[in-house]
Ligand binder design. Structure first.
Ligand code: ATP
Length: 918
């Protein structure tokens, strides 16, 4: 198709549409015909490759080598059961690979599901009405309206454009802003045409109307085949650490294996017997399932955050969020509801109040309609210099408007004050709003000859370029007294937490050049101030308090006026100190980095009238100061700060697509409280990973000790390799997953943030599992096994055959002792310091299920014939269970005593556990 060569009218006709867009029915039928506007390839998970990876990683290769050696051994010396060992090892590789695969697959699925939650909405014109639809519902022929920060949803031909520039980097790789116009191209291919926009690219500035000609996989972006997966494959620091730790443990176990091998040879065991033990130790020690379990814990954490309306875009964000020390947040929409309503209007010496459709003077009297009509130019600016629109088919208040809440408030106010609406002539040009200039201008053909420019924006950005003032229908020179009166009123408005816009106009000669912003935005006539109230979100005050308790400093960085900002900051408790510094953008421009760092080090600070660049500087300095910074943003210009921050947070509702793409987290409800909830989940995920690592590592000790004891004390080996595998890959697995799903406990947000440099496996964790829980379990298991032997007449020095019932029963008792201890251990590991009893036994259902399955496996291994054959076990008399339960009770008692001492030594943090506390 040569759509770029056609004129606008011809292009619309060629696509079977017009300047009113398609009808809803036609759009629906085209959607059925062409399919939804989505890229399918992005969501396929490479299952085979993933499975293959699980069987070929470093540890798996090690095990393959061991299996091969065992086969060789069997070939050289048949009949010693080496082939069985080889098969057992291969079985281990298989079970491991499957387990890891299932976890990874689940994690990937979770991430894809999360991605789908990301709302991608576009503005379309259908039957002349502007509405918002999901990007996937776009069909060829649809008219869409694109504005700064939007991601282009499908390939389209521009039919009208104002200062419209796009970034084609996602498609072409070169990141140069490109202007886009509506005129037909005379030559050149479609892909290079200046009137075409492509799916996946972004709008850098301006606005445009675009008619869609290709959607989904038919777009240029869909055609390029590199879309294997939309998921970020990068490993988070935690995953990298886990990988390193697993390798380290593997190396250590290999070392131990070799050492024991030597020890075994010295103690006179046969080569092959020793070989089997060495392999067994390796398998016992290497926490094969750790990495996938951690990945899954992070993904599940991500899902839990999504339930609380914070969408993680990568797993690293889940853990980094738990270390956040500073949250830089903007005000409008995040701390406040972004539900604005104009409440007060100022126009030359007079103020009127607007409330629920009634218009009164300051004294509460009604305002004469003539006066309001005289003020019509103010409302003409409010309506003309405005990109929000109203849908005519709905009359409900609020719901029927589309656009920026600030602009919607102005439309609603104009509608309430002047029911017939002000006269606004057609718009012929626009200099769009941007957060640096803090104002916006539209140019209209005036009713009389000439043109008129309407300007609205922050008073600080508009007043300085005003030369006259609108008084009783005329423009008079703006005197110092007028300026002082305006500033006075402005201060009164902002002091009551109102957000204020100044409105102004300028009559332009017909011949005025429209292309120059500087030329247009000068010598304005000040028309008035409109002040709107944007209520703080009710839940924010509590969230700010929790944030402070959790040792995280909230800093407001807003584009709004400093008094408005301060008033809101006080309401939500962000600033309590009377002397807290409030710095404005212009002020920090004059400050040196060191000075600014000094100010940032204080406990409370607030930034107002900031530009995105200045926000970026604050973020950079905070990072230099060693803080872990989370920062919110919504505009295109916020993207660098979002990228620079440790955690970039974009607004899901008010944010632009560019901001969402640059961010690590998208807030589905734009709410500050959601950030704090997500921090809590982030902390909990990390804690949970620690819990299950402690649990898994603890059982390594009772797995090694029987072997050590058999070598050193020359007693029968009380736990066989297959039994070790049964613990590691059977009974331990599910309860560990249960620990990964623990809800945050009540103290999660009463602790300061964890340092980012803190290792997962710190000395405390290792000491608890390897020097405390593990040895107790080992002592219990050894005592139980030896007791059983002794009870049945065994004495030191008597050799037991591996097939004798007594030997098999003794190993079964040892095995059962470890499993029963692990049941208690899983409860012990639910908290470092809170008593098991105060947490409730059934509060984590996954753990309860995990234990049920664990006990079932134990039952099968102890009592079933099949269990006996595979695991070399034999049933032991029932009364010995009492001994095992006694061992577990002992573990519980000692651990409770330890927790009690910890709580006594450090009582502040020893709060009670509350189930599912948030
Ligand atoms: P925050 O940064 O906390 O979200 P904000 O919305 O006030 O607050 P910006 O979006 O950077 O921050 O806007 C800066 C200022 O520009 C606003 O305080 C307001 O005075 C002015 N402004 C905002 N929206 C518009 C608009 N659509 N047209 C003209 N001026 C605007």
């Amino acid at each position: 198709m040569q759509i770029h060569r056609l004129s606008v009218e011809e292009a619309l006709k060629a696509l079977g549409t017009g300047d009113q867009g398609l009808s809803e029915a036609e759009a629906a039928s085209r959607l059925r015909e062409f399919g939804s506007n989505e890229l399918h390839a992005a969501e396929r998970i490479p299952v085979l490759a993933m499975l293959g990876r699980q069987c070929t990683h470093f540890l798996a290769l090690l095990l393959w080598a061991a299996a091969a050696l065992a086969f060789v051994a069997d070939w050289m010396k048949p009949g010693e059961g080496m082939d069985l060992l080889a098969w057992a090892i291969i079985g281990v590789i298989g079970v491991n690979a499957l387990f890891s695969f299932v976890q990874e697959y689940k994690a990937e699925r979770a991430i894809i599901a999360l991605r789908r939650l990301l709302p991608m909405r576009v503005k379309v014109v259908r039957t002349g009405q502007i509405s918002e639809v999901s990007a996937s519902d776009l069909a060829p022929g649809d008219l869409t309206i694109l504005a700064e920060g939007d991601r282009v949803p499908a390939d389209g031909r521009v039919i009208a454009a104002v200062q419209f520039r796009v970034d084609n980097a996602p498609l072409t790789g070169e990141s140069i802003p490109k202007s886009r116009i509506s005129e037909a191209a005379i030559e050149g291919p479609l892909v290079e045409s200046a009137n075409i926009v492509f799916a996946g690219t972004t709008v850098l500035s301006g606005t445009a109307r675009v008619v869609i000609f290709a959607t989904g996989m038919n777009t240029e972006f869909g055609k390029i085949a590199h879309l294997t997966s939309g998921i970020e494959a990068e490993m988070s620091p935690l995953q990298q650490e886990i990988r390193k730790v697993t390798r380290l443990i593997a190396a250590i176990s290999m070392g131990i294996g070799v050492a024991f091998f030597g020890l075994g040879i010295l103690s006179g065991r046969s080569f092959w017997e020793n070989f089997v033990f060495a392999v067994g130790l390796l398998v016992a020690n290497v926490p094969e399932g750790l990495l996938p379990t951690v990945t899954l814990a992070l993904a599940v954490g991500g899902q839990r955050m999504a339930k609380r309306k914070a969408l993680m875009k990568n797993l690293a964000a889940v853990e980094t969020l738990g270390c956040a020390t500073v949250i830089c947040t903007d005000k409008t929409g995040t701390l406040t509801e972004n539900r604005m309503a104009v409440t007060r209007i100022y126009i030359h010496g007079r103020e009127i109040r607007v409330s629920g459709g009634s218009v009164t003077t300051e004294a509460g009297e009604s305002v004469a309609p003539e006066l309001l009509r005289q003020w019509a130019p103010l409302f003409a600016i409010a309506v003309g210099c405005n990109n929000a629109s109203r849908r005519h088919d709905e009359d409900g208040p609020g719901a029927a408007f589309v656009g920026d809440p600030t602009e919607i408030a102005l439309l609603q106010c104009a509608g309430a004050v002047l029911p017939d609406g002000p006269d606004v002539s057609p718009r012929i040009g626009e200099f769009p709003f941007d957060a640096d200039r803090k104002r916006m201008t539209t140019i209209h053909a005036a009713a009389s000859a000439g043109r008129v420019a309407y300007v609205k924006g922050a008073p600080e950005a508009v007043l300085p370029i005003c030369g006259s003032i609108f008084v009783d229908g005329r423009a008079l020179p703006l005197r110092e007294v007028d300026r002082a009166a305006i500033v006075d009123r402005l201060n009164a408005f902002t002091g009551s937490a109102l957000r204020v816009l100044a409105l102004a106009y300028r009559e332009l000669p017909e011949a005025a050049k429209l292309s120059s912003m500087e030329e247009t935005e000068r010598d304005l006539t000040f028309a008035g101030l409109m002040a709107m109230f944007d209520p703080p979100r009710p839940e924010v005050a509590e969230a700010v308090a929790r944030c402070k308790r959790a040792g995280i400093k909230p800093i407001m960085i807003t584009g709004d006026n400093s008094r408005t900002a301060l008033a809101i900051a006080r309401t939500v408790g962000m600033v309590r100190n009377e002397k807290a510094p409030v710095l404005e953008g212009a002020q920090i421009e004059r400050m040196r980095d060191e000075e600014l760092k000094g100010a940032l080090a204080g406990s409370e600070i607030l930034f107002a009238r900031m530009t995105p660049m200045q926000k970026m500087r604050v973020v950079t300095l905070l990072k230099e100061m060693g803080e872990v910074v989370a920062v919110t943003g919504d505009g295109v210009n916020d993207a660098p700060a979002l990228k620079k921050a440790d955690i970039g947070i974009a607004m899901g509702i008010a944010g632009t697509d560019v901001a969402k793409e640059a961010a690590d987290i998208v807030l589905l409800d734009d709410n500050f409280a959601t950030i704090v909830n997500a921090v809590e989940e982030g902390r909990a995920v990390y804690e949970n990973i620690r819990k299950f690592v402690t649990y898994i590592l603890a059982s390594n000790i009772p797995e090694i000790v029987p072997y050590l004891a058999s070598v050193v004390f020359r007693i029968p080996l009380l736990l066989t390799i297959v039994q070790i595998l049964a613990v590691d890959l059977g009974t331990d697995m599910l309860p560990a997953l249960g620990l990964g799903a623990e809800p945050p406990d009540a103290t999660t947000m009463d602790r300061p943030p964890r340092s980012r440099d803190e290792r997962l496996l710190n000395t405390r964790l290792l000491a608890r599992s390897y020097l405390f829980l593990g040895p107790i379990e080992a002592a219990a298991a050894m005592t139980a096994g030896l007791w059983y032997l002794g009870y049945n007449g065994w004495e030191w020095g008597i050799d037991l055959s591996a097939t004798s019932p007594l030997y098999r029963q003794a190993t079964t008792v040892t095995f059962a002792a470890i499993v029963v201890c692990q049941v208690v251990n899983v409860y012990a590991c639910r908290s470092q310091r809170v008593s098991v009893l105060s947490m409730g036994l059934f509060t984590n259902r996954l753990i309860v299920w995990g234990i049920a399955v664990e006990l079932m496996i134990l039952g099968v291994i102890v009592y079933s014939r099949m269990g006996h054959r595979i695991f070399g076990t034999d049933a032991f008399p029932g009364e010995f269970w009492w001994l095992l339960i006694g061992c577990a009770a002992l573990l519980l008692l000692v651990e409770e005593a330890r927790k009690g001492i910890v709580r006594r030594l450090d009582p502040v943090k020893g709060l009670r556990y509350q189930e599912g506390t948030v």
